[in-house]
Design a protein. Structure first.
Length: 193
């Protein structure tokens, strides 16, 4: 042995990893748009339909009427408004924290919808009667029959939460991750390694 080290072999060149751009702006744009639509729609129906008979539209597919909901979806947890307000605030904080790492357009839209819904109902719980953290959410869409006889009465915020949740579940089932990668791509790389 002569003490000479063997020359190092050049490292295999790899293509640089290009990540999709972050989608924080998209999350907040979707959330702001839907939150404003929710807020305006609740204020309009409260001002124009409070105490009136349900308004039948679309041939009876939808009835508009004002119901003040102290509970969660389907009027569950009535009397626990302050807990629901704190849960909504926690959801908002979690989505804002996660949004910094988002690189998927689908996930950004889904989380923006959930964020809008949480903010919409949280706004009611903070600013509507009977008082802060005890406010009742304004629900006004009754599908198929008045008074929630065909389906629960809901609002735009509730719809946004449901649509966003369905989109996120669908993306997860398809293997699309929030960071813009695909679970299938990761599994293929592991198998070839």
């Amino acid at each position: 042995m002569t003490g000479d080290a063997a020359p190092e072999e050049p490292a295999a060149e790899q293509a640089p990893v290009v990540l999709p751009k972050r989608r924080v702006g998209l999350v907040f744009a979707v959330a702001a748009l839907i939150w404003v639509i929710d807020l305006v729609s609740k204020n309009l129906v409260a001002a124009n339909l409070e105490g009136k008979e349900p308004v039948r539209i679309l041939g009876g597919v939808i009835y508009l009427q004002v119901i003040r909901n102290a509970g969660a979806a389907f009027s569950m947890a009535t009397g626990m408004t302050w807990v629901l307000a704190l849960v909504a605030a926690a959801v908002v904080v979690a989505i804002v924290w996660l949004s910094r790492r988002l690189r998927s357009v689908g996930w950004a839209i889904g989380l923006g919808l959930v964020l809008a819904g949480a903010l919409g109902n949280l706004t009611d719980r903070i600013f509507r009667a009977p008082g802060p953290l005890r406010g009742h959410v304004i629900d006004f869409i009754s599908a198929f029959a008045p008074n929630g006889e065909g389906f629960a009465i809901f609002n735009i915020a509730d719809s946004a939460i449901c649509c966003g949740g369905v989109l996120i579940v669908l993306l997860s089932l398809l293997g699309k991750d929030y960071d813009g990668t695909s679970t299938r791509d990761k599994n293929t790389k592991k198998e070839t390694a």
